[in-house]
Design a protein around this ligand. Structure first.
Ligand code: ATP
Ligand code: MG
Ligand code: MG
Length: 355
């Protein structure tokens, strides 16, 4: 079987490896950190930094195709890898999603709605941005933010200096605060032949900037559901994308507003593991390996709940519950705010009709 190289050894890399292994592929993980969760299930692990040219070259030579579980891979490493093996999804998706400003420009160019935004580099540009966008608003680092890190909220212009301080000189973007009723995301896949398949949108609840739960079905009208899926398809096609992408959306009376895109499998797509015949991880592996996409139809109502930090105390209880599917990441150390696992609560299935 072919060898799939995965950049990043976290829980997403781990679940990708499990899905790949089920299809008879072997996985090789590249991860700078020691004892990565994915390393426990993959066939091979390279422990090296993204500056290690020799390790990157050896990794590329050992695999047939390269994919990734996070979008912040240094450009120099990508240049080196790309000269040796195909990277899927491709470079353009990475370039765009690595920078919130580039990302919003790209989405706007497709005719999609985003929050009002402006680039901020210093006090002067923040003053200009505030005059245009006003408050409430959110200042975010352009690069490297996740789980709400690298963000500061401004209730009034008085908060400007303090917010700018938290950016520590990094290039930033000011976003107008979107008055949304709820958040949803579309997990969509595109195969090498251009076929697109989207999962039913999920409804997301965040707490302290971290995803808490995703519930399917989301509260969406038929028109909104269709809009959500079509706009995701538009993004994938524009990028000539191959693989799975997560598209985060705000639901407002003025329509769907795109918050951000993630060129990879996504936390809000974990429900597919117990709600679909082919989950997002297998779908990604299929696309990356040049296979046809699988059946992503939903056969259950599911609530995915992240197990963060001390939520792990609930595992013994959850393990004995009906309609509860546990997915633990094998992380040795429990830390506050750290994603340790998730549980898919099966709310309703087609069982009654079937049995
Ligand atoms: P992720 O872990 O999803 O990558 P992130 O750190 O990239 O998160 P965002 O998704 O930009 O951060 O923001 C985190 C959450 O903060 C959003 O899901 C939403 O709840 C809220 N938020 C972000 N931007 C806005 C906005 N412009 N208006 C209102 N709420 C926002
Ligand atoms: Mg993000
Ligand atoms: Mg987000």
């Amino acid at each position: 079987g072919a060898v799939i190289g995965i950049l990043g050894g976290g829980q997403l890399g781990r679940m990708l490896s499990v899905a790949a292994s089920r299809l008879g592929f072997r996985c090789h993980i590249y991860e700078p950190g020691a004892n990565p969760p994915a390393g426990q299930v993959a066939d091979a692990v390279t422990t090296a930094t993204y500056e290690d040219a020799q390790a990157l070259a050896d990794f590329a030579d050992a695999v047939d195709v390269i994919t990734y579980e996070f979008e912040n891979i240094p450009t120099t490493a990508l240049d080196l890898l790309e000269g040796r093996k195909p990277i899927r999804p491709g470079r353009e998706a990475l370039r765009i999603s690595q920078d919130r400003l580039t990302e919003k420009d790209f989405l706007t160019s497709l005719g999609l709605q985003t929050a009002p935004y402006a680039a901020v580099d210093d006090a002067a540009t923040l003053a200009v941005a505030l005059a245009e966008i006003g408050t409430p608003s959110i200042l975010k680092t352009r690069r490297l933010g996740y789980d709400g890190k690298g963000q500061a909220r401004l209730q009034s212009a008085k908060d400007a200096a303090a917010a700018l301080d938290t950016m520590q000189g990094a290039p930033a973007i000011l976003e107008g605060f979107v008055d949304f009723s709820h958040e949803v995301s579309v997990i969509a896949a595109r195969a090498a032949d251009g076929t697109v398949s989207a999962y039913d949108p999920g409804e997301n609840v965040h707490q302290g900037g971290i995803l808490r739960t995703t519930t399917v079905p989301a509260r969406l009208s038929t028109a909104q559901r269709t809009d959500a899926v079509l706009l995701a398809g538009r993004i994938l096609n524009a990028l000539d994308y191959v693989g799975v992408m997560g598209v985060e959306l705000f639901v407002t009376p003025q329509g769907l507003i795109v918050n951000e895109i993630a060129p990879r499998v996504h936390n809000s797509g974990h429900w597919t593991q117990n709600g679909c015949t082919v989950d997002q991880f297998e779908q990604h592996i299929r696309a990356v390996a040049g296979w046809p996409l699988g059946d992503g139809g939903r056969y259950a109502d599911v609530r995915m709940e992240n197990l963060i930090g001390d939520d792990m105390d609930r595992v013994p209880d959850l393990a004995g519950k009906a309609d509860c599917a546990l997915h633990l990441y094998g992380k040795a150390e429990i830390k506050a705010g750290r994603k340790m696992g998730h549980v898919n609560h099966i709310l309703r299935t087609g069982r009654d009709q079937i049995s």
